[in-house]
Design a protein around this ligand. Structure first.
Ligand code: PLP
Length: 425
């Protein structure tokens, strides 16, 4: 596979109408799938396009968002946490307060309605942290679909609580033993199932990854996060945020909060990838910062791969970020320089996990803790460069940390408490 060493900041940003009709974000995106899936993807595009002009669809989704999920999710000013972030004022978008505990429910409700519209009766999904699996099992129960969720064996162990939740909701959970036994392998298995059962089954992809139209559809169902936050921040603070921060696995919570700010030039967009043990160690999940352009799961994007184009295994303490690719729109935003992508190590994320818990009484998912650590780093960096600046930083808290309590106890038990007194992130 060709290795394109293109780096951020060398392209032309025109976010308006992307993706194009063939699902491209510049050189990224597209539809690299077996022929057997083309008809299903076309059917999905048609169902999505019809749904966008159907007032009944919009009304049903809005009703579910308000009365099932509990939207709008609030914003919370994190005053005590802000004291650790230079002179920044930090505000949190609270997707952790959604029904089922993360932003994943936003996408699943939308795709659940599309599944019904296409007359399909079975949904399959892949999951890493388990939050997308729980959300899919939830919507399957709500709408009466048969449901199977693929999950890497390693992830079933580190996210045992979510496996139990899925099973109690009536889903079948398949533990995948192949490869690194994490999210990438679960996605491979789900793709295989889909090819075999495409007539009855919708593959409910959980991030802005995969072949067109998934990156676009998932972004549109997650757009609600940023659309709400834009209005909420302006009402509360009389301005837009100076920076918006989110963690990036496949990148759905980040695209959701970025989408409505892309055309606001004064708003800086920051995505934080999982730096694992440190990018220099090779043990990380940072596709943009540590990868190159290739094809993974039906889309052209930044991928962790070797010189022969073989996908390399990713590493992160956070199951939801432990994926060797990234959604193609993020590759485009990185290439054009519209968004900045940095890495956060496991240690930095765990430090932030504890700091937010103890300063605000809000325990973030370890995924979200990467965004918290990144926002803190940004606040400290701005204060160093311009001591008079008082930036307003919006962080997407994509989910809550209940599922991660075992991981956190094991981590802090082994290493002792994190030390954030130095501010040395
Ligand atoms: C709470 C939470 N945040 C973030 C993610 C990462 O996914 P994405 O990058 O698509 O938002 C996950 C994935 O499972 C998650 O559970």
């Amino acid at each position: 596979m060709t290795i394109d060493q293109g780096r951020p900041g060398t392209g032309d940003a025109s976010p308006g109408g992307l993706p194009d009709a063939r699902g491209h974000f510049g050189e990224f995106g597209g539809t690299f799938v077996p022929e057997a899936l083309h008809a299903a993807l076309d059917e999905l595009i048609r169902a999505f396009e019809d749904s966008r002009t159907d007032p009944e669809f919009a009304a049903e989704l809005a009703d579910l968002q308000a009365n099932y999920t509990g939207r709008p999710s609030p914003i919370t000013e994190a005053k005590r946490f802000s004291q650790y972030c230079g002179n920044a004022r930090v505000v949190l978008k609270r997707e952790d307060l959604n029904h089922t505990g993360s932003h994943k429910i936003n996408n699943v409700l939308g795709q659940g309605l599309l599944t019904r519209r296409m007359g399909k009766t079975r949904v399959i999904a892949e999951t890493g942290a388990g939050q997308h699996g729980v959300a899919t099992a939830t919507v399957a129960a709500l709408m009466g679909f048969e449901c199977r969720v693929y999950m890497g064996k390693v992830d079933t162990e580190r996210q045992a609580l979510n496996v139990a939740r899925m099973q109690l909701l009536g889903a079948e959970v398949v533990a995948v033993e192949a490869g690194s036994r994490t999210l990438k392998d679960a996605m491979n298995e789900a793709m295989r199932d889909w090819v075999t059962n495409v007539d009855t089954t919708h593959y409910l992809i959980g991030s802005v990854s995969g072949p067109h139209p998934f990156p676009m559809i998932v972004r549109e169902f997650q757009r609600v996060i940023g659309a709400e936050a834009r209005v909420q921040v302006r009402e509360r603070f009389g301005q837009l945020p100076d920076a918006v921060c989110a963690c990036v696995g496949g990148g759905s919570n980040a695209m959701g909060i970025f989408a409505d700010f892309i055309e606001d030039e004064g708003v800086a967009l920051y995505g934080f990838e999982a730096g694992g043990s440190g990018i220099e160690t090779g043990l990380h999940a940072a596709a943009i910062n540590g990868g190159s352009v290739g094809v993974l799961h039906g889309t052209r994007t930044y991928v962790l791969q070797d010189a022969d184009g073989q996908t390399i295994e990713s590493h992160s303490i956070s199951a939801g970020l432990d994926y060797p690719g990234v959604g193609p729109e993020h590759s485009w935003l990185a290439r054009t320089g519209r968004a900045t992508y940095e890495t956060i190590t496991d240690a930095e994320a765990m430090d932030a996990f504890l700091l937010l818990s103890r300063t605000e009484g809000i325990m973030p998912a370890i995924e979200s803790a990467h965004a918290v650590a990144g926002a803190r780093r940004l606040g400290l960096r701005i204060a160093e460069q311009d001591p008079d600046a008082r930036p307003l930083i919006l962080i997407n808290i994509s989910g809550r940390g209940d599922k991660d309590v075992d991981t956190a106890m094991a981590y802090f038990g082994v290493r002792g408490e994190a030390d954030h007194s130095t501010g040395a992130l």
